[in-house]
Ligand binder design. Structure first.
Ligand SMILES: *[C@@H]1O[C@H](CO)[C@@H](O)[C@H](O)[C@H]1NC(C)=O
Ligand SMILES: *[C@@H]1O[C@H](CO)[C@@H](O)[C@H](O)[C@H]1NC(C)=O
Ligand SMILES: *[C@@H]1O[C@H](CO)[C@@H](O)[C@H](O)[C@H]1NC(C)=O
Ligand SMILES: [Cu+2]
Length: 159
């Protein structure tokens, strides 16, 4: 009986750790929609954005066919209403490299008629790096987190 409880505990703990590890990932060079999608009408960009964690110093890269899409950085109000007439910045040449230089939320929509309303819009929440250090530490953060997970795993299995 005690053994059953122990195994149950281990399984629950392992699932929790696995979920924690998979919930969000860092990117440093963050290609919108990657790896499964892109800046288009097919990709669930909300899901992509929520699956990643963005730190100051990360670079956001848009890649698209310029005859089908563009990238407009807009205000929150224009993001919410899909208003393309007053962008903060416009990228129309098939690319768009955005420095996420500071903590805060950035808003991007496609300016082609109907695309934003159809979901081609993405909100990027840039949060403070947990190390408080420079963005080049992102990789180190991941390694540290990975080491923490391994240590946690060992502790649980030893329980
Ligand atoms: C896109 O992803 C978000 C967040 O995961 C989810 O809430 C939403 O239902 C998805 N939209 C579609 C159309 O699948
Ligand atoms: C871009 O889209 C246009 C129009 O749909 C198409 O003719 C062209 O082949 C596309 N270019 C690329 C590189 O996919
Ligand atoms: C983005 O950051 C890079 C590296 O820090 C810099 O060289 C580049 O000029 C910046 N671009 C913009 C548009 O600020
Ligand atoms: Cu578009």
């Amino acid at each position: 009986m005690a053994r059953m409880v122990k195994i149950l505990f281990q399984v629950v703990a392992l699932v929790a750790i696995a979920e924690l590890a998979m919930s969000e990932k860092t990117c440093s060079i963050c290609t919108v929609g990657a790896p499964g999608g892109s800046w288009n009408l097919q990709t669930n960009l909300t899901h992509w954005s929520e699956s990643n964690i963005f730190y100051p110093g990360d670079v956001l890269i848009f890649s698209y066919n310029s005859s089908q899409h563009n990238v407009l950085e807009v205000t929150k109000a224009d993001f919410d209403s899909c208003t393309a007439t007053n962008p903060i910045a416009a990228h129309t040449d098939g690319s768009g490299v955005i420095n996420l230089s500071a903590v805060g939320t950035r808003y991007f929509i496609c300016g082609f008629t109907g695309h934003c309303a159809a979901g081609q819009k993405v909100q990027i929440n840039v949060v403070a790096s947990p190390t408080g250090g420079s963005p080049s530490n992102s990789g180190i953060v991941s390694v540290t987190a990975g080491a923490g997970l391994v240590a946690g795993l060992a502790a649980i299995l030893a329980f």
